[in-house]
Design a protein around this ligand. Structure first.
Ligand code: FES
Length: 214
């Protein structure tokens, strides 16, 4: 719907004088005697009254809705990196270019790559559904085996009975119930080997059986 500024064809930052001048021109133009119509004439008068009354443009929330719709429709593209390979390459967890180095690092597909997470798939489910064996144990928010570090994007975490607030602040999340809520994500998986997570782990599950050296 056109705003009063659109109807009067003035910039929203226009001065009162400029708005009045625009109104004078538009009201003549819109008058039925000058080629306009009663409806258009009334529209111009209403727009001017709205501006005189201190019209405030409504906050446009559409871009956010579009983002949500885009994620809801297309899912999230997740770029992943196995935490266990960092030491081998001398890479640092806090390196801003960590994923750039990984992309150029000729790593195995299970250690680095990307996949699409369907809407409402958890990150762990998505990895498993694409043939990967990421670590987990309880699948219920009660251990740190499935922990990941989110470097870019957001992972919701509906169930968490284990990670304290300081770990959440370090962007550590649980992949077993975490659902990507942004179009793009970068995650380090297999971060259960971080010293601070050691006491939060349960006995290992299939990942260790598949990759006993990790
Ligand atoms: S596997 Fe235990 S919290 Fe995810």
């Amino acid at each position: 719907m056109a705003s009063p500024f659109d109807v009067l064809r003035v910039d929203p930052e226009a001065s009162e004088e400029a708005i009045e001048q625009a109104y004078r021109e538009r009201v003549i133009e819109a008058h039925p005697d000058h080629g306009g119509s009663p409806e258009e004439f009334q529209r111009v008068r209403t727009a001017y009254k709205q501006l005189q009354a201190g019209y405030e443009p409504e906050v446009d929330t559409e871009p956010e809705l579009e983002d949500e719709e885009s994620y809801e429709q297309a899912g999230s593209r997740v770029e992943y990196l196995n935490y266990a390979v960092l030491d081998d390459h001398g890479w640092d967890l806090d390196d801003d270019d960590l994923f750039g180095k990984a992309a150029a690092g000729d790593l195995d597909h299970e250690d680095y790559g990307e996949f699409l997470v369907e809407p409402h798939e958890s990150l762990l489910e998505a990895a498993e559904n694409r043939g990967f064996m990421w670590p987990f144990a309880c699948r219920g928010g009660a251990c740190a085996n499935c922990a990941v570090i989110v470097k870019e994007g957001e992972l919701s975490m509906p169930v968490n009975n284990i990670l304290p607030p300081e770990m959440i602040d370090q962007d550590i999340r649980l992949s077993c119930n975490g659902i990507p809520v942004t179009d793009e994500m970068q995650v380090l998986y297999n971060v259960k080997h971080l010293p601070e997570l050691e006491e939060l782990r349960l006995p290992p599950r299939p990942f260790e059986q598949a990759y006993p050296g990790d």
